[in-house]
Design a protein around this ligand. Structure first.
Ligand code: ZN
Length: 141
């Protein structure tokens, strides 16, 4: 039952893509970041530079996705085309992916090794989904 619950939440986020197997996440570049103006995007834990505003993208028409994992922990994740300050960790997995057709790896801070989010991959498409609460910009207190 727990598994089904999770899948329902996923399909909610992807409902605009339909149910066809070929349909998946749509990635596009988003110049403007609606919720907050970032400067350099840093690891909140150690201050390591993770990425920059130029890498902000929308996936399925949204930059921020609120997603719940199998342990019922909810994350706000932001989508980024790259994150040079993070390290991709572990093997890729297709299981319980939040984005249809994409496999995921863990993404950790390359300096302090804290879990920052996930790296998603599908054929030629890749992006990072990073937990917003674990990032800060250079203007944050
Ligand atoms: Zn760090």
């Amino acid at each position: 039952m727990k598994k089904n619950k999770h899948q329902n939440k996923q399909s909610l986020n992807l409902s605009s893509s339909g149910e066809k197997p070929s349909a998946g996440a749509r990635i596009k570049t988003e110049k403007k970041f609606g919720l907050k103006k970032w400067n350099i995007i840093l690891c909140k834990n150690c201050g390591n530079a993770i990425t920059s505003p130029e890498t902000i993208i929308s996936v399925n028409d949204k930059h921020i996705h609120t997603l719940t994992n199998l342990e019922d922990i909810t994350f706000d994740i932001g989508c980024f085309s790259s994150a040079n300050g993070s390290t991709i960790f572990g093997d890729s997995s297709p299981e319980f992916t939040w984005f249809k057709g994409f496999t995921w790896n863990l993404s950790i801070c390359s300096n302090c090794l804290i879990h920052l989010g996930w790296y998603y991959q599908r054929k030629n498409e890749t992006f990072f989904g990073l937990i917003v609460d674990r990032l800060m910009d250079t203007k944050s207190p």
